[in-house]
Design a protein around this ligand. Structure first.
Ligand SMILES: Cc1cc2nc3c(=O)[nH]c(=O)nc-3n(C[C@H](O)[C@H](O)[C@H](O)COP(=O)(O)OP(=O)(O)OC[C@H]3O[C@@H](n4cnc5c(N)ncnc54)[C@H](O)[C@@H]3O)c2cc1C
Length: 556
């Protein structure tokens, strides 16, 4: 096997907490330094909090795991300071091609509209992603990373006091207390087991060979998906380019395949040659055989223990919803935890994390299950239907909408969230920017280091504000003095962002994507989701929407 990546070995350091009596107390403890735990730590630390991260291991993710990082994840990571590193190393792509048996039936473009800083997707091995996040966390003055610190016990307390964690290290075990604990310890989540929680769902009876191979190849940087190809008859196949000339190949094997046999190079290499050509010049980097599952916890909040990422839910990789969904969990949780910790919102705001990410999880599981069912039909009738759809998709648009080779991760619109203020009756606004939606990006003329709207929306976070009122100037308030007065002294603070004054809508795409007419305004949450929008805003309406967005409305 040829390794393209030099796995770092992070240094274990004995902690002074080992001998602390009584146990040391930390405001925020993150269990698990995977992509989700690291994203949460960076977000909370950026918001001014001290964060302790415990990980049982001392390196990054080993083997074939996530490669596709979605636009929304990249936008969040950009706010966390990782955007440049991910873009620099990742392979950007937006086009997918679908093949049925011998021929291509159609292709699709995931970002036809353009006008956003981030591409539809980048492909980047999870170890690269994690390394960039570890480096950022290491450099952060408010994050302490403790490697080879395995959490072996967790007592949740009464939900009002601290959580007690027992930690095992090469120098012995110790206890520590956390005001809040984020369980980001992955799909097998020991902390979930420590709380005796059920992880219910479906295991798919199929096996997939995942091979990461190193090769110089002229295939374009696109996602290629085959149904029933001649080189893997009756099954599916997927090809994706990653960084460092590594390619991800995913071959469906069927339930009867023997995982141990199928991993052997003498079995793998002929399969890959059948796909890539007899003369293809490649070397294996990683080979694994997976089965996939879709499962979730019933609730993500258990008092002061919050489950985030794979510890809370698990999906099949079709659609790239696991890591991307987890990063969006962290994005949703951290601003709420920040406000609660600063006394700016009641603790019940954290229940909305469970509601909002529960909705998103159900959507991810539904999509992931549908993809898996379409890719691996469970009956002859389902297979006949699927093959008919694929055959029709070459010529008919309606059939393409029924093809499901993995509906790729898009941010969940938090429809129905108690934090949303519904639109005023009769108001006409773009659906894509409705309350609950993640804000669409758009180019702006360079202003204070921002040349994209999402960067400008995130900038106030640095000033520890968080909420933004994005507005178009009213005819009777061209310089925004009245708008500033509307925002002044709101709790939590709101930063006005006026088109034409604070940001220049150089291509008119901000006004177009948000449907902003003179005097119109959007209240935007710290995670850049829309909380409310107003044809005309005043102090009372803004205050009411703000109260709702932080869980203070009577029915929230
Ligand atoms: C083949 C495959 C392909 C995939 N492709 C994609 C994709 O393209 N896009 C995508 O978004 N997702 C993909 N995923 C899913 C993605 O890998 C996961 O969703 C992601 O790793 C979840 O991140 P996490 O931080 O929640 O958990 P993990 O990455 O599992 O991290 C958990 C961390 O917790 C640590 N830990 C565990 N137990 C303890 C303990 N007791 N004490 C302290 N630390 C502990 C672990 O060492 C680890 O560092 C794929 C998964 C697979 C298997």
């Amino acid at each position: 096997m040829l390794q393209t990546f030099d796995y770092p070995e992070f240094v274990y350091r004995p902690s002074p907490d080992l001998t602390a009596d009584p146990p040391a107390r930390h405001p925020l403890v993150v269990v698990g330094a995977g992509p989700v735990g690291l994203a949460a730590a960076l977000d909370l630390a950026d918001k001014g909090h001290r964060v302790l991260v415990l990980d049982d291991d001392h390196t990054v993710s080993v083997g074939s795991r996530a490669i596709c990082w979605s636009k929304r994840t990249l936008e969040i990571c950009d706010r966390l300071g990782l955007g440049e590193a991910l873009l620099k190393n990742g392979v950007g792509w937006k086009r997918g091609r679908v093949f049925f048996q011998e021929k291509e039936v159609y292709s699709f473009d995931l970002a036809p509209e353009g006008g956003a800083r981030m591409p539809a997707f980048i492909n980047l091995q999870q170890y690269h992603f994690e390394l960039a996040a570890v480096q950022a966390a290491d450099a952060h003055p408010r994050i302490e990373l403790r490697w080879r610190h395995k959490v072996i016990g967790l007592e949740p307390g009464d939900g009002r006091g601290p959580v007690r964690l027992s930690v095992e290290t090469p120098d012995g075990a110790y206890a520590l207390d956390a005001e809040w604990a984020l369980a980001c310890d992955g799909a097998k989540s020991p902390t979930r087991k420590m709380l005796g929680l059920d992880f219910a769902g479906q295991v798919f009876q199929d096996r997939f060979l995942i091979a990461d191979v190193v090769m110089k190849a002229a295939f374009p940087t696109e996602r290629w998906f085959w149904f029933d190809p001649p080189f893997n008859p009756g099954q599916s196949a997927l090809l994706h380019k990653q960084a460092d000339d590594v390619w991800r190949i995913d071959l469906q094997l069927g339930w009867d395949a023997d995982p141990e046999q199928e991993k052997k190079p003498e079995k793998v290499i002929p399969r890959l040659k059948a796909m890539l050509g007899e003369d293809a010049d490649f070397e294996l980097e990683w080979v694994s055989v997976y089965t996939f599952q879709c499962r979730r916890l019933a609730r993500f909040r258990h008092g002061r223990v919050l489950f985030v990422g794979d510890s809370a839910h698990q999906v099949s990789p079709f659609g790239a919803r696991g890591g991307n969904g987890g990063i969006q969990d962290a994005d949703n949780l951290c601003w709420k935890l920040d406000l609660v910790l600063r006394g700016g919102a009641p603790e019940r705001l954290l229940d909305s994390y469970d509601v909002e990410r529960g909705l998103a999880t159900d959507e991810n599981i539904l999509n992931s299950t549908r993809s898996t069912d379409f890719i691996t039909p469970k009956s002859e009738v389902s297979r006949d239907f699927r093959d008919a759809v694929l055959a029709l998709s070459e010529r008919f648009e309606f059939a393409r909408r029924l093809v499901n080779s993995g509906r790729l991760s898009v941010p969940a619109v938090l429809d129905g969230s108690p934090l949303n203020t519904p639109d005023e009756p009769g108001a006409r606004w773009p659906d894509a920017a409705r309350p609950g939606a993640a804000c669409p990006d758009a180019p702006i003329a360079e202003a204070a280091g921002a040349s994209w709207l999402l960067q400008a929306l995130a900038a106030p976070l640095v000033a520890r504000s968080g909420f933004v009122l994005l507005a178009a100037p009213a005819a009777d308030d061209p310089d925004g003095a009245a708008l500033d007065a509307v925002c002044a002294d709101q709790t939590p603070p709101v930063t006005p962002l006026l088109l034409g004054r604070d940001v220049q809508d150089c291509d008119g795409l901000v006004a177009a994507r948000y449907g902003l007419r003179a005097g119109g305004a959007y209240l935007i949450r710290p995670d850049q989701h829309v909380a409310a929008r107003f044809a005309r805003v005043d102090r009372a309406r803004l205050a009411a929407a703000l109260a709702r967005a932080v869980g203070q409305a009577a029915d929230a």
